[in-house]
Design a protein around this ligand. Sequence first.
Ligand SMILES: Cc1cc2nc3c(=O)[nH]c(=O)nc-3n(C[C@H](O)[C@H](O)[C@H](O)COP(=O)(O)O)c2cc1C
Ligand SMILES: [Mn+2]
Length: 521
Amino acid sequence: MAYNDLREWIAALERAGELKRIKTEVDPILEITEITDRVSKSGRGSNSKNAQPGGLALLFENVKGHPGANVLINQFGSERRMRLALSVDSLDEIAGRIKLLMNVKSPEGLLDKIKLLPMLADLGKFFPKTVPGGPCKEVIKRDNFSLLDFPVLKCWPQDAGRFITLPCVITRDPRTGKRNVGMYRMQVYDERTTGMHWQRQKVAAEHYRNMLRAAAGAGTSPGVDIMARSSGGSMLAAGDRPSGKLEVAVAIGTEPALTFSAIVPAPPEVEEFIIAGFLRQKPVELVKCETVDLEVPAHAEIILEGYVNLDELRSEGPFGDHTGFYSLADDYPVFHVTCITHRKDPIYATTIVGKPPMEDAWMGKAVERIFLPLMKLTLPEIVDVNLPVEGIFHNLMIVSIRKSYPGHARKVMNGIWALGQAMFTKCIIVVDEDVDVQDTADVVLKVSNHIDPERDIQFTLGPVDSLDHASRLPNFGSKMGIDATRKWSTEGFDRPWPDEIRMSDDVKALVDKKWKNLGIE
Ligand SMILES: Cc1cc2nc3c(=O)[nH]c(=O)nc-3n(C[C@H](O)[C@H](O)[C@H](O)COP(=O)(O)O)c2cc1C
Ligand SMILES: [Mn+2]
């Protein structure tokens, strides 16, 4: 069952005992973070019998300085809520649906064709529908609006200000007309401007670059980093950039499948509205914006319309990030708001990131499960993947493979470093298929036993996550792969490989029988 909007989702959370309403006054400056962080980490949002890792979703109904405002946080913050958000009993169900779609063979004969019909009917549900109006237009403010009216959080003490942390940022590729929805945080500078923290490898940054390329016309040269800032000495540094703008719309407080779609590392050409339609098995309804040529989710709580100038950058950050450290200040485009539309009494949806585990850990784990079949499409030798939460998704990936030829583990590493946002993976550990990658204790035992470090570690250079604070340069640095598979003689390893210790079955059975009599337990 799909949720039509955030409110239906909140009602479902409440029915499931997954929501705690908080009526005590709280400050959006730091205090909501401290409360939510404790809930995320303790696993107990209340004395409810539903207490579980990740705690409860919280709805703050009494926010200091914002009478009448409601703030929703931690909506995705547990495995159960992730399943509820996507209306499945298990995240592998979605992986299964993807596999089904990918396994389609050309039909032979009528019966095969008939079997395909339900799938074709399903496909129709994925595409968004443009509708004439929707609740996000209940209040339209073309002037006399202020971002400061919303209960935007300042998350951590050294944050540069208040940040909108759960925005679905919508842009259009000026070349193809295709839309993208990505989640990029927005630092509120004043009533009408924010930062736009799309990292340079993300899809909206490419839309911005395409606009910049078009505006620069003959001025662009293939050898120039068109995004470089003035300190980089590029001819296209901020001041020298051509003028022009890219229109942007932002939806805050959408139904959960769409919010989740904005974070999934989908192939750049795949529109997230279609992904959301696939996940919820129902089209996303869109309405036209008032002041820009973009469409936005009709049922969103809040819509910000506006643009970024091509020749304007501004310092963004620091911001307490999901690495557990502050991401440093850097220059990013500035979003100018031209119009705000919202529902009556809009609910402000947000999240906090910080030292894991937090809400985003559960979103990341859902991505890991849902994307496994898609990774296997390119790398079919992959058996399973684990992105440990403490590895914050780009620092550590553990992958098991069915090894078939010499050098196979290194082929898989190189494949992962070439696979969409997996390019950011700082450390990849490759193990044989008999290692359960979800059992990190077993992984530590086997990996550290199986490697000759000088031989088995592969270093490479490439793009790194903008949040990495250790790389030699922002956005560029080294990565490491550890080949912890059994080494073969065909890989030059001529020593015998020992067996893993296992007791024989007959002795186990014998001891099972005697166990009670031994009086140990
Ligand atoms: C809570 C949260 C905040 C995020 N903030 C940012 C951000 O500020 N900048 C960014 O580039 N990516 C951020 N991401 C990751 C992107 O949303 C993610 O890479 C997404 O796939 C980007 O979409 P795209 O491939 O359409 O660009 C964030 C993810 C989450 C869950
Ligand atoms: Mn995208």
